[in-house]
Design a protein around this ligand. Sequence first.
Ligand code: NAP
Length: 241
Amino acid sequence: MRILILGGTGEARRLAERLVVQGHAVTSSLAGRTTAPRLPSGDVRIGGFGGGEGLAAALHAGGFAMLVDATHPFAARISANAVMASARAGVPLVRLERPRWPRPEGADWIAVDDLAGAAAILPPGATALLTIGRQEVGTFFGRTDCRFVARMIEIPPGLPGDWTAISDAGPFDLEGETALMEMHGITHLVSKNSGGGQTAAKLEAAARLGIPTLMVRRPVLPPARTVARIEDVLALVAESG
Ligand code: NAP
């Protein structure tokens, strides 16, 4: 079967590998945000489609029989485009979405709707560990009364000079996360509720250290057939094949 995977996540990469091994013709699509992405098995295309209509046209042109949205839960625009394009092109869509992180026992979680909400409620003098990627760190630039330690895969240019930037990618473990928070005197953790096991240790570390977590709720996506595991996608492909 010809399958288009909207990717940019570890799950998307692992799914592509499994489908290629099964003999499917897989194309993975990446947005092109990272300069040296880890490329999945199968064909890869990079860059936007030009909205839902462009994606629908690409589904037609490529003769795809299934569209899998395996993008990050906070990549809301492409997920909405996928719903629109699937309907327009008549190509079935399945969304692979990791479950949200539950609040660890005893954790002090403050849920916020977006990063601006997190930036607004940090108390003056806070030392915040930002684990939110690089695209939206600018939201915190105005909080010159706080200290920031920002961990991300690629450090963008233009970070304020007094910020500490750490270039690192998961998986992270509890011991390392605890040491990082202690070493930098972290008073607040800022995170999106991305879910998944690779970066979950920070939540437990913060809970154990009594550090409050400002947790950004997931964006609301238009309804789509949604599964949580790679195996569920493989089962759907097997059914439709
Ligand atoms: P977004 O806001 O939902 O998408 C913005 C635009 O980027 C889309 O309209 C689309 O352009 C293009 N795009 C996004 N994902 C694409 C893909 N897989 N293939 C081709 N075009 C894509 O997305 P975002 O939050 O910037 O995320 C971009 C990518 O980074 C996604 O693939 C996502 O899985 C990955 N990622 C995001 C986060 C996060 O926190 N947002 C974290 C980790 C990884 P057109 O409209 O022109 O098609």
